[in-house]
Design a protein around this ligand. Structure first.
Ligand code: ADP
Length: 479
């Protein structure tokens, strides 16, 4: 599978170019140094040798009468070295390589001038036409004439020219070697990387340079796993919720269709008709409440109460809710009181009403005839726990400058066992199942309340009231 990157670089290519550049650099530098050393020492040796030969020849010539010099030179010294005998006036008397008759006067030659002045001289001249260097060694004889030896050899340039082929061959060999080397190196370097176990990034024994990368991968994998776990959990919750909802729907539907069937088949005494109709009505009402609560919860899950934050006067809301629940309360023989003058928050009016409605309704529902529900609303400085509340001091991060609205809904009912006080906010959790169902509870009321409180940035706690009943304490940021 080809990965889509903006830039794809080859490791082999990178190694190849780096090693090649390095190798070429070294070859060129070495060649330059060696050629220089070789050439310099070669030249120096050649000069020294020629100078020694010139001295030898001079010694030999001085030891014989000067008239015999030419024949001696002709007879004794021959070979690659060119011998020239020059008279003190510059006339060439003898030359082993050329005919002296056509030769010009040599008095102007640097080596001749130098030897005439100081006894001996070594010079070198470059011939552009031949591309050669010629070394001259001249020694002045006792009679004033000068014997000169000269040797021709390749100039530095032609020497370099000769070296060019071997150097090029070396370069080509180097390129091939480096190419092979880069392949081998790449596969060696890549071997442990190819064998990486990305499922357990930190278990790999590999280059320490890769540790940060592997650590990052490990972190991200852990995050992913966590996210997946959270997603799976959310998915489970949703599935549970759906199956709970269907389950809760089934019972009223069965009751409704059962009684309706009886009535349809005319199997109900006229006297019982009203009773059956009432049963059907109650079950339909229960289904309606359930559907309403489910819809409210899913809207809350989707945060669909969005940005419609408006000032909400909770005292007015509580009075309105008490009004709505008046007949229910009267039916249960429970009285509802609302106390408080000022409790302003910012948020959703609908949700706030839903919240108080569920709490007050529960206070009535899980009460006994003659009991009462008191809703007290007020403002308090943040974090203050009223005496007698018995709750742990509230620790939280809310705006310290603003006060908070505290709503206490207390009842004289049977209370909630301490170990179940956290669970009552779970969806479909009921302490007293039959009581809840008899009175039209859905098991979703407190889940909605908790959601609504969180939506408004507040907290909710359950406590025991002085009468052994329940107190729900809500703390909401004041507007
Ligand atoms: P329900 O519709 O059953 O009332 P809730 O979510 O409102 O569902 O409440 C969950 C459970 O918590 C109830 O079934 C009930 O057992 C218990 N509960 C709630 N409020 C009170 C209360 N004021 N007094 C006693 N028990 C309560």
């Amino acid at each position: 599978m080809a990965l889509k990157h903006l830039k794809v670089k080859s490791l082999a290519g990178k190694i190849f170019t780096s090693v090649l550049a390095f190798t070429l650099g070294i070859i060129v530098a070495l060649a330059a140094v060696m050629i220089t050393i070789y050439y310099v020492s070669y030249e120096h040796d050649a000069e020294a040798e020629l100078a020694a030969s010139a001295q030898d020849a001079a010694r030999y010539l001085n030891a014989t009468p000067s008239a015999d010099n030419e024949p001696i030179l002709e007879a004794q010294f021959s070979g690659l070295t060119r011998y020239t005998l020059i008279a003190p006036d510059g006339t060439v008397l003898y030359d082993s390589a050329a005919d002296t008759t056509g030769m010009d006067n040599h008095a102007d030659r640097p080596e001749v001038q130098q030897a005439a002045a100081s006894g001996e001289a070594v010079t070198m001249r470059y011939s552009e036409t031949l591309g050669t260097d010629t070394v001259y060694a001249a020694v002045k004889l006792d009679d004033g004439s000068i014997v000169r030896l000269s040797e021709t050899r390749h100039s530095l340039l032609s020497f370099l020219g000769n070296m060019l082929v071997p150097v090029l061959v070396a370069l080509v060999v180097a390129v091939v070697l480096v190419f092979v080397l880069s392949r081998v190196l790449t596969s060696r370097i890549m071997k442990p990387i190819d064998a990486l176990d990305f499922a357990n990034p930190l278990d790999n024994e590999i280059y320490e340079e890769m540790d940060p990368l592997l650590t990052r991968i490990d972190e991200q994998q852990r995050q992913l796993k966590q996210q997946n776990a959270e997603l799976a959990q959310a998915e489970n919750l949703r599935r549970d919720f759906s199956s709970n909802v269907s389950h809760e729907m089934k019972t009223p539907l069965q009751v409704i269709s059962g009684y309706a069937e009886l009535m349809k088949n005319d199997m109900v005494q006229p006297a019982d008709r009203q009773k059956f109709a009432a049963l059907i009505y109650d079950e339909a009402q229960a289904m309606r409440s359930l559907i309403t609560d489910v819809l409210t919860l899913s809207r809350l899950d989707e945060a669909a109460f969005g940005d419609e934050a408006t000032p909400v006067d909770l005292v007015a809301t509580a009075h309105r809710v008490a009004g709505r629940l008046e007949s229910f309360a009267a039916g249960q023989g429970v009285s509802v009181q609302v106390e408080g003058a000022c409790a302003l928050i910012r948020g959703s009016e609908t949700l706030a009403e839903e919240m108080l409605y569920n709490l007050i309704e529960n206070g009535i529902r899980y009460n006994h005839p003659g009991g009462e529900v008191v809703v007290s609303l007020g403002m308090e400085p943040v974090g203050v726990v009223a005496a007698g509340e018995g709750a742990a001091a509230w620790v939280g991060a809310r705006r310290p400058e603003a006060g908070e609205v505290v709503v206490r809904v207390s009842d004289t009912g049977s209370g909630i066992p301490a170990d179940l006080r956290d669970k009552v906010f779970e969806r479909f959790f009921r302490v007293d199942k039959s009581r809840s169902k008899e009175t039209g509870g859905t098991g979703l009321g407190l889940a909605i309340v908790k959601h609504a409180v969180i939506y408004h940035g507040g907290t909710i706690e359950v406590e025991e009231s002085p009468t052994g009943g329940t107190v729900f304490v809500l703390r909401l940021p004041a507007a």
